[in-house]
Design a protein around this ligand. Structure first.
Ligand SMILES: Cc1ncc(COP(=O)(O)O)c(C=O)c1O
Length: 458
């Protein structure tokens, strides 16, 4: 594995990003360097990221909705430490992992509805893959319906449920029998389901990477009813929206949705251990695992590992004790109110929207000629150029944000649910200052041009 002259314990390069660049992903390092975001983080706590050069950066991204309880929540860290210290059974693959039972019971109790069983895994994509197999096993159909703009993961099955060419190019062929429809369009859904060949309809209750797109209030309830009418399973991908993010334990609760399966991941372990879960009805579970010889028909080595289960239980405790879903709801509406007030005068701000602390600021192309010309030229270089410049400027003001993966004109605003009033105020002022610079013309746009030149030369 290692060249004979190099010990496995010695770092292969003195600079940490040097080894990463050489052995993991040089392009990612280049991109961070270009955006001047390649800093060295030393300590992360709550919504604050401290760097080796003394900066304190506010996290308004939360690792794409991973850090709901805040970075390194002491309650979850302590639970993990005690789990390691007890030297308990881990991945024997030959015993009953009791903690998985406990966590599954807690998840089903909170999720409610018809969800009575859980399959654990280690990522959102893995959960989506499982839901595809389970839907097919239960319905004995092969078709899958998904919504345009959605994000469900980058493994081959999950990728087959995402229409964007950017993610798919070069990785085909995708799964057969997958149909894309518009989000929030019940007529299109019914048209598709009426063939009675669809095993599952998978949808995010609020589309995250599409631009934090919120459906009409009755969409999910009606979609579920249509699925029942045509014998298709209704699968909610709550990988981003779950665990209190939108103001309830599941976003499904806010829309009176009654899913057959719910996929969770990201915040499930408080951002400390890879973890995912598929919650499902007893009927779906029975179709997959309904006889002795099918007891292990779908498993995954690390799925019920004790660290992930312990972290999951501790995360649920923190969510309850600190009432983080309620907090997300009230802080979220406050954040949007403040943002809307601060950004109302800027023509390139189209909308501030969100649910709980899953919020977004959508930009539009400028009307004034002096802004329209540079905006159009950057768009030709790369459609993400404008959004990335905003991200870079926010970072210079010590705030970490990102644009949505499938909609570069939307800035995602999703801090940990423990974010404080004062941190929200800092975020709003920083974005207002950046928007002021954007609309003033000058440096924002000339710096963008330099960035584009550096990107092309890289
Ligand atoms: C809604 C949604 N589903 C699924 C996934 C895939 O999760 P993972 O990256 O853990 O595989 C993501 C990842 O961002 C997501 O946002």
């Amino acid at each position: 594995m290692f060249p004979s002259s190099v010990s496995a314990r010695e770092p292969l390069r003195s600079e940490s990003t040097g080894a990463f660049s050489e052995f993991v992903n040089p392009q990612w390092v280049k991109l961070l360097n270009l955006l001047q975001m390649n800093v060295s983080y030393t300590r992360c706590s709550g919504a604050e990221l401290h760097t080796s050069d003394g900066r304190c950066i506010l996290d308004f991204l939360s690792g794409y909705c991973v850090h709901n309880p805040g970075h390194n929540h002491p309650g979850i860290v302590a639970a993990l430490q005690s789990e390691l210290q007890r030297s308990g059974p881990a991945m024997l693959q030959s015993h009953v992992p009791e903690m998985a039972g406990e966590l599954a019971a807690e998840l089903c109790r909170r999720a409610g509805g018809r969800l009575g069983k859980v399959f654990f895994c280690s990522s959102g994509s893995e959960g989506v893959e499982a839901s595809i197999k389970f839907a097919r096993a239960h319905t004995r159909r092969t078709g899958l319906v998904y919504c345009s703009g959605g994000f469900h993961g980058l493994t081959c099955g999950a990728l087959s449920l995402m229409g964007h060419d950017f993610w798919r190019k070069g990785f085909g062929p995708m799964l057969q029998h997958c149909r894309e429809i518009a989000f929030n369009d019940l007529a299109a859904l019914e048209d598709c389901l009426a063939s009675r060949q669809m095993a599952g309809f998978i949808v995010e209750p609020v589309q995250g990477e599409a631009g934090v797109v919120i459906p009409s209030p009755d969409y999910l309830e009606q979609a579920g009813a249509l699925c029942r009418k045509y014998g298709t399973l209704f699968i909610l991908d709550e990988v981003q929206t779950g665990l209190g993010r939108t103001g309830a334990f599941l976003a499904a609760h806010q829309f009176a949705a009654d899913p057959d399966m719910v996929v969770l991941a990201k915040a499930l372990s408080g951002g400390l251990i890879p973890s995912g879960a598929v919650l499902m009805t007893n009927a779906v579970h029975h179709s997959v695992y309904g006889s002795l010889n099918r007891a292990l028909v779908h498993t995954s080595t690390y799925s019920e590992n004790s660290l992930a289960m312990r972290a999951g239980l501790a995360t649920l405790e923190v969510l309850d004790r600190e009432r983080l879903a309620v907090r997300a709801e009230s802080l979220g509406s406050d954040l949007r109110r403040r943002l809307a007030a601060a950004l109302s005068g800027y023509e390139m701000v189209r909308e501030v929207r969100g649910l709980g602390l899953m919020c977004a600021v959508e930009f539009s192309s400028p009307r004034q000629l002096r802004l329209r010309i540079p905006f159009a030229s950057f768009g030709k270089i790369h459609p993400a150029m404008f959004g990335l410049m905003v991200v870079m400027r926010m970072f210079q003001r010590d705030v970490l944000t990102q644009v949505c993966g499938n909609n570069f004109m939307v800035l995602k605003v999703a801090p940990p649910l423990v974010v404080t009033d004062e941190q929200i105020e800092r975020f709003v002022s920083a974005l207002q200052a950046v928007m002021e610079a954007v609309h003033a013309g000058g440096a924002f746009w000339s710096d963008a041009l330099k960035l584009a030149q550096r990107a092309l030369a890289a």
